[in-house]
Design a protein around this ligand. Structure first.
Ligand code: NDP
Ligand code: 2IT
Length: 449
């Protein structure tokens, strides 16, 4: 097993995030391979860590100034054993092949856990939507889709949003796909409501992360009532995580963006959250403005010299990282535990480093890994695909109830798989094992392809 990780590192030495994601899964599925010798003979680890297809392409577009800019586009089609490739698109300057491969790899197991028929993929670009005009974002999306359209389709590969890709970008991308293919199909999810989107899709990742955490709490006969929660990020996932926590009686005291974070000891109530949604989704402003509007809150700018994030150094019971990968390191995990945090539910993908995860597991806190805890987003994307196929739209309660059921089922599946392999209560091992077994068995059923 170590050899496989070494092989992957030697083959693509610069793909650190991919190595990290693979290492975590391989470590936890070792007992599965020990019980199933045919998996080794069938080289399932080598097969599952190599994408079925990688597309990289030039994305040229024109800035408002008339300047031509060239970005790089990616789509990693990782695994289609249980359904069409499915996963988001990320537009962020940090995007590279290693990051998209780690996200696509995680997506395979996450989608497997949802109970829906979706394979795993991910894509994106190093394009930075921050500070760009709507017209520039539109031209970029059109150029991106002018290449991507030939690789995707409602039964082949169905992209959605992720960091930097929300309803506005999905609209521009869909418009270009429709024009090029002359087809109105459910080729993207996260669409607006009046042209094929699903109710609850915008809320789904954040709500799901809280539903998953509520399930974990219920194993100790507890609820969110009166609990203090640290939330990072202030985008789609952070906003709806906060909304659901408030509804369930929790008190959210932090939010952040890449420039800094706010600490509001009194708690972010519905009115303040409404302000954040306007600030972020309509004005596209910075979280620092929250402290101008609500002077009782303290704003702390990001200090790149620090080896920890002060957001994770406040008294609380729960932490929901909802910004980006590796945002909780070993020092942060130590701070969280010292401050009384015993529930961590990951809205973001791989937000905790291996050193942080080790501390969560060693201390036996309720740690919900991203591929289980944030699967609600892609699960409702799956429900959007189902509604598109039937050409009808379910009411809000129906989608929300299905989301709740799916999160409950993922929680139970993680616990069962962990129990079955002698690591009771370890949701990370349970998620990896359950996700892995289902995909691997489907691959073996379908022969060597
Ligand atoms: P958004 O673009 O809506 O929001 C991202 C937030 O995270 C922003 O506040 C952003 O700040 C912050 N952020 C991004 N990159 C960094 C960074 N390098 N350092 C510090 N802060 C950063 O994205 P989402 O809310 O959709 O995604 C958040 C996380 O959730 C990601 O990890 C994503 O992969 C994951 N996720 C998303 C799903 C979805 O359905 N959208 C589903 C499952 C997981 P700034 O504005 O300054 O960049
Ligand atoms: O990481 C994720 O699961 C997403 N960004 C959502 C993917 C999707 O297809 O809805």
């Amino acid at each position: 097993m170590e050899q496989i990780v070494e092989l992957i590192k030697n083959r693509d030495p610069e793909q650190f995030e991919f190595h990290q994601a693979v290492h975590e899964v391989i470590e936890t599925v070792k007992p599965v391979l020990d019980r199933n010798p045919e998996y080794r003979q069938q080289a399932v680890l080598e097969r599952i860590t190599e994408p079925e297809r990688v597309v990289m392409f030039r994305v040229p577009w024109m800035a408002d100034s008339g300047q031509v800019v060239v970005n790089r586009g990616f789509r990693v089609e990782m695994n289609s054993a249980i359904g069409p490739y499915k996963g988001g698109l990320r537009f962020h300057p940090s995007v590279n092949l290693g990051i998209i491969k780690f996200l696509a790899f995680e997506q395979v197991f996450k989608n497997s856990l949802t109970t829906l028929a979706m394979g795993g993929g991910k894509g994106g670009s190093d394009f930075d939507p921050k500070g760009k005009s709507d017209a520039e974002v539109m031209r970029f999306c059109q150029s991106f889709m002018a290449e991507l359209y030939r690789h995707i389709g409602p039964n082949t590969d169905v992209p959605a949003g992720d960091i930097g890709v929300g309803a506005r970008e999905i609209g521009y991308l869909f418009g270009m796909y429709k024009k090029l293919k002359n087809e109105f199909t459910g080729v993207l999810t996260g669409k607006s409501l009046n042209w094929g989107g699903s109710l609850i899709r915008p809320e789904a990742t954040g709500y799901g992360t809280v539903y998953f955490a509520a399930e974990m709490l219920s194993t100790r006969s507890e609820t969110f009532e009166g609990k203090t929660c640290l939330v990072s990020g202030s985008g789609n996932v952070a906003q709806f995580t906060t909304e659901k926590l408030i509804e369930l009686g929790g008190k959210v005291v932090t939010l952040s963006d890449s420039s800094g974070y706010i600490y509001d000891e009194a708690g972010i109530d519905s009115e303040k959250l409404h302000y954040v949604m306007q600030l972020k989704n309509i004005r596209r402003g910075r979280i620092s403005e929250y402290a101008d509007k609500y002077p009782e809150a303290v704003y702390t700018p990001t200090d790149p010299q620090l080896d920890y994030n002060p957001l994770w150094d406040h008294k609380a019971e729960c932490a929901m990282p909802c910004a980006t990968q590796n945002e909780i390191n070993g020092v942060d995990a130590g701070n969280l535990l010292r401050n009384g945090v015993y529930v961590v539910s990951e809205g973001a993908n791989m937000p905790a480093t291996p050193e942080a995860i080790d501390q969560f597991i060693d201390n036996q806190i309720l740690y919900g890994p991203g591929k289980a805890a944030n699967a609600g987003g892609v699960a409702v994307s799956g429900l959007e695909m189902a509604q598109n196929s039937m050409r009808l739209a379910w009411p809000r309660e129906e989608v929300d109830n299905r989301l709740k059921q799916i999160m409950k089922s993922i929680h139970a599946t993680c616990l069962e798989a962990a129990d079955g392999y002698g690591v009771s209560g370890n949701y990370m091992a349970g998620a990896n094992i359950a996700g892995f077994v289902k995909v691997v068995n489907a691959m073996l059923d379908q022969g060597l392809v």
